[in-house]
Design a protein around this ligand. Sequence first.
Ligand SMILES: NC(=O)c1ccc[n+]([C@@H]2O[C@H](COP(=O)([O-])OP(=O)(O)OC[C@H]3O[C@@H](n4cnc5c(N)ncnc54)[C@H](OP(=O)(O)O)[C@@H]3O)[C@@H](O)[C@H]2O)c1
Length: 258
Amino acid sequence: MHLDLHGKHALVCGASQGIGLAAAQELASLGATCILMARNAERLEAAVATLPGEGHRYLVADFTDGDAVAAKASEAAKLAPITLLVNNTGGPAGGPAHAADPAAYLAAFSQHLICNQRIVQAALPGMRSAGEGRIVNVISTSVKQPLDGLGVSNTVRGAVANWAKTLANELGPDGITVNNVLPGATRTSRLSQIAEAKSAKTGMSAEAVLEGMAQAVPLRRLGESHEIGAAIAFLCSPAAAYISGINLPVDGGRTRCL
Ligand SMILES: NC(=O)c1ccc[n+]([C@@H]2O[C@H](COP(=O)([O-])OP(=O)(O)OC[C@H]3O[C@@H](n4cnc5c(N)ncnc54)[C@H](OP(=O)(O)O)[C@@H]3O)[C@@H](O)[C@H]2O)c1
């Protein structure tokens, strides 16, 4: 199987930890040169140091500031044409949809969909001139089955999924694939925060909350970030050249529909 990414340049967002960092590690292990983007410079520097190979770097940007994100994405695109793009950022706060402040929807829409759009627009000229590109968006299984207590997240993930499917139709003729990876319950600090919030609400321990999540998965365990990273890297690889416009759940079978 052709998985080699030597000579390719990747921009991986939300990559100072968790799923984004795991994606960068998998891409780098296949030979890609990575630029990591997130807010925390110290964590980014440490993250870059974990990547195999040479030439990796990081850029600091906060996805609550769309102009800054667009500027950094353009800076990245000037360093080398980005042909592999992983759109990822922190998940919105939990809570039921009906109780959410309307401003929380606007903020999530801006942080997820609008920032993705601005980064794609920065990367697109390079992808087009290279005649190839891979865009992978990290979203959630909630696009198939809404998750209780994640109202804003469920809503904005649906928007990103349909944006991505539309892009796949539009950009296919340029040799660019666009796909979504849908992580299930994956052991990262995001999941710990969700477990702590549920623990505070129910009185259950966070460990018991996580165990309950694991028991709801047919494989009876939580996912590991490298398992999501591997799926992202596969979709970026030459082996996945004919896969475009899909939602790929990586959830141990948890989603109860196809
Ligand atoms: N873990 C799960 O079980 C799970 C399941 C389904 C979906 N997801 C989704 O997958 C995505 C990644 O999740 P994760 O579990 O890897 O989360 P995580 O461990 O909390 O990592 C989030 C990453 O995004 C960065 N980030 C957060 N807010 C940012 C902002 N405003 N601007 C720029 N970067 C920002 C963080 O870095 P800095 O703090 O340095 O900025 C970090 O690198 C999230 O959207 C999450 O909701 C996760």
